[in-house]
Ligand binder design. Sequence first.
Ligand code: NAD
Ligand code: DAU
Length: 332
Amino acid sequence: MLVSGGAGFIGSHFVKRLQRSGDDVVVLDKLTYSGNRANLPADVEFHHGDIAEPADVARAAAGCDAVVNFAAETHVDRSILAAEDFGRTEFRGTQVLLEHLRTSGIRLVQVSTDEVYGDLEAGGSAKETDALNPSSPYSAAKAAGELLVPAYVRTFGVNASITRGSNTYGPNQYPEKFIPLFVTNALDGQSLPLYGDGRQVRDWLYVEDHCAGIELVLREGAAGEAYNVGAGHEEEHENIEVAQRILELTGADASLLRRVADRPGHDRRYSLDTSKLRALGWSPETGFDDGLRATVDWYRDNRAWWEPIKSGEFREYYERQYGERLSTSLPA
Ligand code: NAD
Ligand code: DAU
């Protein structure tokens, strides 16, 4: 199995999961700022390369039966600061993988996101047949990439499926994302920058549950089909509620929570109808309370993983993203 983007957060958990299932795993990863070789077991076959480069894909995929593509630029805020790499990796990279399928005949699972459906503020849950309506440069690039999949299935008969996962959290997540940023800032006694009114809703999915859903689609998903992977209504929480829970679990002072200028184009709510994947036998096993507690414990016990990250390139990004915002923030 080739796992592209396997050195990132979800991809590295997926690699370990496949190894536990007895699969031989090969990883192709560009090691961008969020890719980390230390996320992976030392014995995994690793190729440093780019999914948008045909030669890198051909080299890594030689002898593989399938590819699961996690490789992407993944942070909405960074796509607002500079979107170019998002288009290249999400669209061109997916196209290179699909072109490889045409000659090799191997299977692809394209890991996409619930953000392709856009804002569901008005209510309801997105079904796989709903129109795509992305809001950010990130989600538009993800939608563009995944739209190639049914087109290549129909036109060239390749064997490829799509997963659309909801907001995922757990160990090893790069600390720019909401939960790991707030947890590590709280552990360090730093401000927690809550965007806007903090009433935005996300459907929080524990990383192992997300990986289990992707593995099921890899083994049993139909070509040309998309499958939603989300925790469901009971795990839809407002950001402010999640932030308060993090303050409790870390024992940090409530005054750290700051209301800052909102994200431009910020989607208010995501929600997925997951009945299609549940009909194949999948359901999430880790509730938000247990998953968040385990995640906080992991970050508390693994400072050696995240402290070097937060002192490197991250500092410059943090200043650009939050410097002005925090200087004009209000208590939340
Ligand atoms: P991440 O940023 O932790 O990992 C992305 C990985 O892709 C990194 O290892 C990076 O080095 C690699 N990469 C980037 N560009 C590459 C390229 N051109 N060639 C090869 N490797 C490249 O992200 P993540 O949170 O683990 O997300 C993985 C996938 O899951 C992404 O496709 C993302 O869109 C999707 N997804 C994420 C979430 C979430 O909440 N984190 C939810 C739904 C879907
Ligand atoms: O829904 C799936 C998507 O979830 C994935 O496709 C993306 O790769 C992943 O990054 C994530 O996107 P979000 O934009 O939903 O996640 P993020 O962690 O950036 O933000 C979650 C919520 O928290 C969102 O409403 C914005 C808010 N937020 C985020 C940050 C980083 C804050 O209030 N303050 C912050 O500093």
